[in-house]
Design a protein around this ligand. Structure first.
Ligand code: ZN
Length: 244
């Protein structure tokens, strides 16, 4: 789009990132090409999933889907160099914004002590049109932004501190993938194929989508090319970056 400004380069002077998202597949539809590049460059990335994605497959009961999707998420993470995948166990589809969610995410930040926190789009709509985002994504994104501040304050969720989880005030940025207000990007020309392979690990989920366009992982290539039109013409992964 000619009237939108060029994207700036994502910061690279960090060593630990924590990704916090609502569902298995959220990272694979947004930031996994960037994650693959970062892990290849020697950085550490941990995934924290707020749910097990149990409400994500129409034709599969949640008790079974939770097991299948957890397994698929762990496999998808391995493809892009992520070995630690945690599940917080909130209920898929009905995630509530509130203190229990902030508390769990703050604890994850205190455990993993990231400099960069990744999340997915918390805005009302998706890029490129008026398509509405869903409540789970909005709630987890907002709670993640708030939990970064919570994690730094020893007087917030102080029972965690009393139990030995030290406050962590070292988060320097939060980056939201798939935001309609992207500001920064990273070149993923060399890792896009890994991102596609990572998404393909969500086999049961993609089968459940049937012939929806999102079920074809080549969709990621189009999105990367689109982001690249504002980033020097390379294949790119874009983020809305919040300096903390
Ligand atoms: Zn999702």
């Amino acid at each position: 789009m000619a009237d939108t400004p060029e994207l700036e380069v994502m910061p690279g002077d960090w060593s630990r990132a924590l990704a916090v998202v609502a569902h298995p597949d959220d990272l694979e539809y947004g930031g996994s090409g960037a994650v693959a590049r970062w892990t290849r460059d020697g950085k550490s990335v941990v995934y924290t999933l707020v749910t097990r994605g149990e409400a994500g497959i129409d034709g599969m009961r949640p008790e079974e889907a939770a097991v299948v999707r957890e397994r698929e998420q762990i496999a998808a993470a391995h493809v892009v160099g992520v070995d630690t995948v945690e599940f917080l166990g909130h209920a898929d589809g009905v995630i509530e914004y509130g203190l229990p969610l902030r508390r769990d995410i703050a604890a994850a930040i205190r455990r993993h002590r990231p400099e960069l926190v990744l999340m997915t789009n918390h805005r009302d709509t998706w890029p490129g049109g008026p398509w509405l985002n869903m409540a789970d994504h909005r709630h987890v994104g907002l709670a993640t932004l708030d939990a970064v501040r919570d994690a730094a304050n020893r007087w917030v969720f102080r029972d965690q501190v009393d139990d030995g989880l030290e406050p962590w005030d070292g988060v320097r940025w939060v980056a939201a993938a798939a935001s309609p207000h992207a500001t920064h990007a990273i070149d993923i020309t060399d890792t896009l194929d890994l991102a596609v392979d990572s998404l393909r690990e969500h086999r049961a989920y993609l089968e459940g989508l049937g012939d929806e366009s999102m079920a074809d992982p080549s969709f990621l290539r189009d999105a990367a090319a689109e982001a690249g039109t504002r980033f020097g013409g390379v294949l790119a992964c874009e983020f809305e970056l919040f300096p903390m």
